[in-house]
Design a protein around this ligand. Structure first.
Ligand code: AMP
Length: 282
């Protein structure tokens, strides 16, 4: 595994790989790696000759009152995990490498996509994500891009980025990896106290119950949503949203339809957690 901090150097190395007819899989992360990240790495290794992962905590996607400074950065442990997975390149730039002084260009996502759901509570977040991923894709070049469906809205924004900006990239969205009690794995789970960790399982439990009740047509969508919201509120400290939306457009739906997705964002203590489940009605 070659650790490359320089964008120009990685660009040159990967152009060389493509010249040798190698296919490239790319897994962008912010580090503090867990089995969710590693599932993306393994998916990439299965299908591509070369796997590139990146670790970069992107300041542009954090709000002023968010956890940019505290975000975990256990680089030595991350490096060990990636070595074990036998990836080929680890891109590990500094903030200065990616945003040199004088940089002035940002990607702006349509508010219809970036100001709903998580974006309503994290203004500027998806512009920050789209900006860094556009830069990363220009550095990595033609590749398969591996994303987790845990960050469903992020994957929707990035699919749109690839399409609208004509990146020669195939987006592969992989299933959410969960702990034994259903909690979606997340780098932020390590902020949780033991007591908070137990309550955090409510996100998955309530979403999963909502899914079951929708499939069994236990009431109208608005009734079932209200019931789920009550259960969630009883377990967590704050519910930012609990929504059932169309999986393509992310527009809210009022009637049960064939494909839906239920999503939530909650605070447990000071930790913000998100989760979602896909619902396919027959
Ligand atoms: P992050 O380091 O949080 O920016 O995440 C990097 C990538 O890993 C994103 O595409 C996430 O959607 C994905 N990811 C994070 N958690 C999980 C999980 N539990 N299961 C699958 N993918 C995940």
């Amino acid at each position: 595994m070659k650790i490359v901090p320089s964008p120009q150097k990685l660009q040159r190395l990967l152009e060389g790989e493509r010249g040798r007819r190698k296919t490239i899989g790319f897994v962008p992360t912010m580090g503090a790696l867990h089995e969710g990240h590693l599932s993306l790495v393994r998916a990439s290794r299965r299908l591509n000759d070369i796997t590139v992962a990146s670790i970069f905590v992107n300041p542009l996607q954090f709000g002023p009152r968010e956890d940019y400074q505290q975000y975990p950065r256990p680089f030595a442990a991350d490096k060990r995990l990636l070595l074990k997975e036998k990836i080929d390149y680890l891109f590990f730039p500094s903030v200065r490498d990616l945003y040199p002084p004088g940089n002035r260009i940002r990607v702006c996502v349509d508010p219809k996509l970036s100001r709903i759901l998580c974006g309503k509570y994290r203004p500027g977040h998806f512009d920050g994500v789209a900006t860094v991923v556009a830069k990363l894709l220009n550095i990595v070049g033609t590749c398969r891009l591996y994303l987790g469906s845990k960050d469903y809205q992020q994957a929707a924004v990035l699919k749109c980025l690839v399409k609208d900006m004509n990146f020669n990239v195939q987006v592969c969205v992989m299933p959410t990896v969960r702990e034994g009690d259903g909690l979606a794995m997340s780098s932020r789970n390590r902020y949780l106290s033991l007591e908070e960790r137990q309550r955090a399982a409510a996100l998955f439990r309530v979403l999963f119950e909502l899914k079951r009740q929708i499939l069994e047509r236990k009431g109208s969508l608005s009734f079932l949503k209200r019931q789920a919201l009550g259960k969630l509120r009883a377990a967590v400290d704050q519910v930012q949203y609990l929504e059932v939306v169309d999986p393509q457009t992310l527009a809210p739906i009022s009637q049960i339809q064939s494909k839906m997705i239920a999503l939530t964002a909650c605070f447990v203590g000071k930790t913000r957690l998100i989760d979602n489940v896909i619902i396919t009605a027959s």
